[in-house]
Write a protein that binds this ligand. Structure first.
Ligand SMILES: Nc1ncnc2c1ncn2[C@@H]1O[C@H](COP(=O)(O)OP(=O)(O)OP(=O)(O)O)[C@@H](O)[C@H]1O
Ligand SMILES: [Mg+2]
Length: 357
């Protein structure tokens, strides 16, 4: 077996990013049809309409952009789009499309009605992106042959296809690219009730005996993310098999997750480090994201994309125009008394100091 070193982040039970070697089990657990897909009621309903209308008109649907944090089901949803259309899917990713030629090759191999899935589309190289504009709009690419003054551009027809793009950073997408998608599905974090269904479904597929409380305990610590729920379920299963009779109950789940440093709210060591730095070293903030990242020895992008969305959602961290601020909930979660002059959230009658996004 090939061994790849994994970083702390990838090694972490609570990372929302896929880990090395996790592809197989993820493939097994992927929902295959729209009605098998738990949660995301808005995106599901919207997509259902887009797909059904295209089906009735007998044309490929508009290009679809799926955006949202890692592990919420963008790749699964892209595959479902193809499955629902009965279409073939070709899969590539932004970083793989370094040269326009890479994309031209991909596009010219498409058959009519195929789905082209570009993961991490915000990382596509500029020349490929420009080629994509024309392909998305006119189903045509201009292939440049030769160099310098003698170079000519040869138009190449491509089959009508549907592009499905996925991105964890829709903000880094250029305007022209974003505008060329007919539909954007914004994936949201899952509720605990939805995650319970995700855990139950995965337990059935993986043949893990689990009761209702066991499901609830895992769901509540999964940070709104199915990928994490499925991973925690596997870790709890390991514990149940080695230290108990294999059956997952609330007590077993609690004991197992304590071993993996996952607290009752689904915070891990890095999250707690961020909150601790914010409160202890910076008096609760406001402090800039890069300063905060340095304080916990992590990359700013990791703190911003992995920790922050969940901490904001859990009501422990807020973004203000002047930087990140710890809320009273954060102080209390760390077992400290919040300072008296702590700014309160607007929904608690405080000044409009907090930005929504
Ligand atoms: N709605 C869902 N119901 C059940 N399982 C789900 C659902 N969404 C995601 N999963 C599970 O979570 C795993 C991760 O989902 P997926 O790979 O689709 O996420 P993603 O948004 O593409 O993540 P990334 O941004 O890292 O590419 C899947 O293997 C699947 O098992
Ligand atoms: Mg994906």
């Amino acid at each position: 077996m090939e061994y790849e070193a994994v970083s702390d982040e990838e090694d972490d039970a609570l990372s929302a990013w896929a880990q090395t070697g996790e592809e197989n089990v993820e493939g097994t657990l992927r929902p295959r049809k729209l009605d098998e897909f738990v949660g995301q009621p808005r995106v599901r309903e919207q997509l259902e309409l887009v797909l059904e209308s295209a089906r009735r008109r007998g044309v490929p649907p508009d290009h679809v952009l799926l955006s949202g944090p890692p592990g919420l089901g963008k790749t699964s949803m892209a595959m479902i789009v193809a499955a629902e259309l009965g279409a073939a899917i070709r899969i590539t990713s932004g970083p793989a499309l370094e040269r326009a030629g890479d994309l031209a090759a991909m596009l010219s191999n498409l058959a009519a009605g195929d789905v082209l899935f570009i993961d991490e589309i915000h990382r596509i190289a500029r020349p490929a992106e420009e080629m994509l504009y024309l392909a998305m709009e006119d189903f045509r690419v201009d292939v440049v042959v030769g160099k310098g003054p003698g170079a000519t551009s040869i138009p190449l027809e491509i089959a009508p296809f549907t592009l499905v793009g996925a991105t964890t950073r829709s903000g880094s997408l250029t305007g022209p690219l974003r505008d060329r998608f007919g539909f954007t599905g914004q994936m949201e974090f899952y509720t605990d009730a939805e995650l319970e269904l995700v855990v139950r479904r995965a337990a059935t597929i993986l043949d893990i005996p689990i009761d209702r409380d066991g499901c609830a305990e895992i769901a509540g610590r999964s940070r709104g993310t199915p990928r994490i729920a499925n991973r925690l379920l596997r870790r709890v299963r390991d514990y149940a098999e080695v230290r108990a009779d294999g059956k997952v109950t609330r007590e077993i789940a609690q004991a197992a997750l304590a071993v993996y440093d996952v607290d009752e709210l689904g915070l891990d060591r890095l999250d707690r480090a961020v909150l601790t730095a914010l409160t202890r070293s910076f008096g609760g903030g406001p402090v800039g994201i890069s300063t905060l990242a340095v304080a916990v020895g992590e990359e700013a992008t990791t703190v911003e994309e992995v920790c922050e969305p969940y901490l904001v959602r859990a009501g422990m961290l807020a973004r203000t125009p002047r930087g990140r601020v710890a809320t009273a909930t954060a102080w209390e979660h760390l077992g400290m008394v919040p300072p008296a002059d702590l700014p309160v959230r607007p929904d608690q009658g405080g000044p409009a100091l907090f930005e929504q996004d």
